[in-house]
Design a binder for this molecule. Sequence first.
Ligand code: FES
Ligand code: FE2
Length: 354
Amino acid sequence: MDLNNTHVALRRCWHPVARCRDISESPTGVLLLGENLVVFRSGDRVRVFYDRCAHRGYPMHKASVEAGGLRCGYHGWLYSPSGECREIPALPSDTAIPSRACLRQVGGVEERFGLVFVCLDDPTPGVTLPELPEASDTTFMAGDLPVLRARSCAGLLADNFLDTAHFPFVHAGTFGAGEDKVVGRFDVRRSPGSNVAGEFAFSASYEHVFANREDPAVARGERPLNQTRRLLYRYVAPFHLSLRIDYVEAGGTNVIGFFVCPETDEYCRIFSTIWRNDLAGDEERMLQAVDFELEVLKEDLRIQESMATLALPLPGAGNPRGAARHPAEIHTRADRTTVELRRVLAELVARSTD
Ligand code: FES
Ligand SMILES: [Fe+2]
């Protein structure tokens, strides 16, 4: 089985579609799983509908705002904030409005740590929204990376985020330390007992040596370049990821949030934010940290954009040992986290299509 960006099971999962601060009362068009959606703010809520007027299909992201709702730019139908048609200008005002004259709803809309999440259909039981405790911890400051669109597969982007064996090869220009090619044993835990909630989620922890080029004490000769850091990966299906990095010698914590929106079969948008507790409110250093993470992300995207097949291979449902076997791939002991990703997604697909 292969999981591409528009697999039907993904309609029953949560996906990020926009940053909250980019959504205003003016409607915006976004793409999710090949569907065009319109997003706007009305009152204190973000509203999301399929981007199609019920009359003749004109895109509602081109509508004008009126009474907190939307007026279509083609024949002027007026929709309330909750999507019911309230006025059809071409009909006398005492004419009944057809009950079907509504904008098509999505299954769910939620705002969390600065992102708008959408589920197109009803969420599959056991599927949860991601949580990120550091985002509401006032000792951390946040820095957003620019939202990037890349020709890529969301499953392979998640695979790449959870993978550490590529560090010395892909990230030699940023943090990859040539000294630490061997991947040690990750402690991988499924919920409960992991650092994430939900049935389709796991966490993985690991400690490794890396080149800390950001540490000013290295330039002063006070600390060695190669230092230790503890990694805690948190994965929530389908494509919500974070990595908490605790620096053992230099101190401080860096959390990288990585939330992927599968737009179409070929394209994803990536919402990434970093949270740091070691910058003492210094905005300039945060900008430098964001630039550094952006370079790291671009190194990863160069690999992803080269992939010929935009799908994540998943183990078949009939596999007796539950191992992540697929004829297109070979797994090793160094791939524990990414094998777990495949297991979780295979279970999710099976549950979603029961
Ligand atoms: S297409 Fe929107 S009012 Fe006709
Ligand atoms: Fe990477």
